[in-house]
Ligand binder design. Structure first.
Ligand code: HEC
Length: 207
C-alpha cells in the first residue's frame, strides 16, 4: 500500500512542479519583462550592462565633454571638471577678451575651456545638458531626438536654429536607440544649476 502511494504521488508531484516552473518562466522571462518595461533586451546595449552605461560610452566617444564640460586648470593644462560634468558654459565665467569685430571677420576665437565660441555667427555658449531646471530637466526623449536631428534648440518646432560649433549634423546621425541611450544617460547624471547665457548676434548685425 505504502509503495503504491509513492508510485502514484511522486510522479504526479513531479509533473505538477514542472508545469509550475514552466508557467513561472513564461511570466517572468526576460523577454516579457523587457517588453513590459519597453526596454530593449540586454544584447541591444552592445555589451554594456544597461542603456545608461551604453549612453555614457556614446557621450564619451561622441566628444560631448570637450565642449559641454567646464575645465579645471592644472599643471598639465585644462582637465575636465568632474563636479560640473556636462553643465555647459559656466554662467560666472568672465567673457574672453578679444576684438569681436576683428575675430568675427577673420575666423574664430574660443575660450580655453571650449565653452565660449566667437565666430561669424556671433558668440555661442555651450548648453547645460544636466537634468537641472537650467538644463534638460523638462525635456522628453522626443524633444532630444528632434533637437539633434533638425538642429533646433530645445527640440521645440519654431525655436531658433542651433549655432556652431555644435556638430548636430553629425550627432543627429546617431540611430534612434543611440540617441535614446545618450538621453537616458544625460537624465541620470548629477543635476548642475547653471544658467548658460543667451548667444550674441554678430557685431555686423548690431552695428
Ligand atoms: C565643438 C563643440 C561641441 C561638441 C563637441 C558638442 N557640442 Fe553640443 N553644443 C555646443 C554649443 C556651442 C551649443 C550651443 C549652441 C547654441 O546656443 O545654439 C550646443 C548645444 C547643444 C544642445 C542644444 C541645447 C539646447 O538648449 O537646445 C544639445 C542637446 C547638445 N549640444 C548635445 C550635445 C551632445 C549630446 C554632444 C556629444 C555627442 C555634443 N553636444 C557635442 C557645442 C558642442
Amino acid at each position: 500500500m505504502k509503495n503504491q502511494f509513492s508510485q502514484i504521488v511522486i510522479p504526479a508531484l513531479f509533473i505538477g512542479l514542472s508545469i509550475l516552473t514552466q508557467c513561472h518562466e513564461k511570466s517572468t522571462g526576460s523577454e516579457t519583462m523587457h517588453a513590459m518595461a519597453n526596454i530593449p533586451p540586454k544584447e541591444d546595449f552592445h555589451g554594456f550592462e544597461s542603456q545608461v552605461a551604453w549612453g555614457e560610452h556614446l557621450v564619451i566617444i561622441g566628444g560631448c565633454h570637450d565642449c559641454h564640460t567646464p575645465k579645471k586648470m592644472t599643471a598639465r593644462g585644462p582637465v575636465l571638471d568632474t563636479a560640473r560634468f556636462l553643465s555647459g558654459h559656466p554662467s560666472d565665467m568672465p567673457r574672453i577678451e578679444i576684438d569681436r569685430k576683428d575675430v568675427e571677420s577673420k575666423g574664430l576665437a574660443v575660450a580655453m575651456d571650449l565653452t565660449e565660441w566667437v565666430g561669424p555667427w556671433g558668440v555661442s555658449f555651450t548648453a547645460n545638458l544636466t537634468p537641472d531646471p537650467t538644463g534638460i530637466a523638462s525635456w522628453d526623449e522626443a524633444q532630444f531626438i528632434y533637437c539633434l536631428r533638425n538642429g533646433i534648440t530645445k527640440g521645440i518646432p519654431g525655436s531658433r536654429q542651433i549655432l556652431p560649433p555644435m556638430p548636430f549634423e553629425m550627432i543627429g546621425q546617431m540611430t534612434d536607440s543611440e540617441l535614446k541611450a545618450v538621453f537616458a544617460y544625460l537624465k541620470s547624471i548629477k543635476p548642475v544649476s547653471n544658467l548658460v547665457p543667451m548667444p550674441l548676434p554678430p557685431t555686423s548685425a548690431v552695428n
